[in-house]
Each structure stands twice: as structure tokens, then as C-alpha cells.
Ligand binder design. Structure first.
Ligand SMILES: Nc1ncnc2c1ncn2[C@@H]1O[C@H](COP(=O)(O)OP(=O)(O)OP(=O)(O)O)[C@@H](O)[C@H]1O
Ligand SMILES: [Mg+2]
Length: 240
């Protein structure tokens, strides 16, 4: 039986989460926030603030030192290793350092996320083509990842993360190496998925990719500094 302690519209719940990397690097301190199903949230903060760490805790690539992370109503600390695939299917993660297989082609790298759930070949090919077209990478479909520019590798890692229609997409600096036009392509892909009900959490330094319609979570030195719609928020904007 799945636990359903939280309101059903919450899909990610972090409760007093602290992460200390051995021996003593405190990356996150007492972070608490919830993400609703279908939300598109931006996670900001300076280099070293803890953004990547936070995404890794949600996808269980790292484990918290203290606190609890729930995804889809389940305390992910309690998921045994052999069942981790169930969490991984729900989450598509585009890593800051891409994590592509360098010898494999673009198509093969993207197919990885779909093969694990036994998608039919025809589906895999169609979805790969569609994503490459949307991201402006059709010409590279058979190119080994090692021969791609950083911006191209970045787009392949994004395509792999979203290919299998995961419920949740965690994107770590997804536009870090892209020009304005390519950034727009990526954001339009994310907007489409958002319209379809996908939940997205996007870590970024790029203030051009979000606006006031989006919820922004700011991290500073591993702590949360979520702007609230209050008077103090106004002074915060002025001083910035
Ligand atoms: N594997 C690790 N071992 C030890 N310390 C780590 C490890 N990963 C991250 N850190 C440290 O944890 C802190 C948070 O790092 P993190 O990568 O989460 O920051 P970030 O906000 O993603 O930064 P950036 O914007 O540069 O990507 C930093 O002080 C970093 O040096
Ligand atoms: Mg990072």
C-alpha cells in the first residue's frame, strides 16, 4: 500500500532536509518546501548554493543526512534498491554534466530512457525524431555523443530526460550552454510538457527563462530564501 499522508496535489515534499557531504560540507540546511502536481518551479541561487544537491536528493542519486523527501506520496528513503526503477520512471533528470554515453550515438543515448520501459522500436524512433526536431538537432541523430559541442550534448541530455514522458522533470542548468534561440527551443519544449501536466523543477542562473508567473525558490548557502509576495519582497527587488 502506498502512503498517502500529504494532500493529493503535492508531488514532491521536502521536510527539514539537510545534506552534509563527508566530512563536513553542508550543502543544504533544513530545507522545507512542497511542489504541486503540474507546477513549473525555478530553483535559483549562486554557484555552490545547493541546487544540484537538491535535485539529486529528489531523484535519490544522493541521500539526505537529515530530513525526509517524499515523491508521489512515498518516502523515498524507504524504497529498496531493487525497486528504485519505479522512482526513476517517474523522474526524468537532465544533469548539469549531461552524463551521456560518449561512444553511443545521439539516438542511442536518447533511447536509453525508453528501452528500460520496453517501448516499441517504432515508438522510440518516432519520439527521438520528434524531440531532435524540436531541439534543432535532427542532423546529429547518428553522431556519437563524444563528437558533439557542449550545447548539443546539453540538448541530448534534455531529450533523454523527457523522452519517456516522466511525471516529473528535474533539469539542472538546462540552458547553461545555449544561445538565445536554442534556449527558446528548450523552454518551448518544457512549456509544452508543462501544459500537458508534467511537473518541472528547473535549476538555473539564467534569469531570462522565468518570469513573475513562475514560482521561484532561491537557495543561498544551502538555505532557502523563497521570495514571498510581501512588502519585504519589494525591498529585496530594489536592492538587487
Ligand atoms: N560530491 C560532493 N562532495 C563534497 N561536496 C560536494 C559534493 N557535491 C557538491 N558539494 C558541495 O556542496 C555545495 C553545493 O553544491 P551544488 O553542486 O549542489 O551547488 P549548485 O548550487 O548546484 O552550484 P552550481 O551553480 O555551481 O552548479 C558546494 O559547496 C559543493 O562544493
Ligand atoms: Mg549545480
Amino acid at each position: 500500500m502506498e502512503q498517502q499522508k500529504q494532500p493529493p496535489n503535492i508531488i514532491i515534499d521536502l521536510i527539514k532536509v539537510t545534506k552534509i557531504y563527508a566530512p563536513d560540507v553542508q550543502a543544504l540546511a533544513d530545507i522545507t518546501f512542497s511542489v504541486n502536481k503540474g507546477e513549473m518551479i525555478f530553483l535559483t541561487g549562486r554557484s555552490g548554493a545547493g541546487k544540484t544537491t537538491l535535485l539529486k536528493l529528489i531523484s535519490k542519486v544522493e541521500s539526505p543526512t537529515k530530513g525526509m523527501v517524499e515523491v508521489d506520496g512515498i518516502d523515498i528513503a524507504k524504497i529498496p534498491k531493487r525497486n528504485l526503477y519505479s522512482l526513476r520512471r517517474k523522474i526524468g533528470m537532465a544533469y548539469q554534466d549531461f552524463k551521456l554515453l560518449p561512444e553511443r550515438t545521439v539516438a542511442a543515448n536518447i533511447a536509453v530512457s525508453m528501452e528500460v520501459v520496453y517501448r516499441r522500436n517504432s515508438f522510440i524512433i518516432k519520439r527521438t525524431r520528434e524531440l531532435l526536431e524540436q531541439l534543432g538537432l535532427q542532423a546529429k541523430i547518428n553522431t556519437p555523443a563524444a563528437e558533439l559541442s557542449r550545447g548539443e550534448q546539453q540538448r541530448v541530455s534534455i531529450a533523454r530526460a523527457v523522452a519517456n514522458y516522466p511525471k516529473i522533470i528535474l533539469a539542472d542548468e538546462p540552458t547553461g550552454n545555449l544561445d538565445a534561440e536554442t534556449t527558446e527551443r528548450v523552454m518551448s519544449l518544457f512549456d509544452d510538457l508543462h501544459q500537458q501536466g508534467t511537473t518541472l523543477l528547473i535549476a538555473t542562473h539564467d534569469t531570462s527563462i522565468y518570469n513573475q508567473q513562475h514560482r521561484v525558490i532561491q537557495l543561498a548557502f544551502g538555505q532557502q530564501n523563497t521570495p514571498q509576495a510581501t512588502d519585504s519582497d519589494v525591498s529585496l527587488q530594489v536592492t538587487n
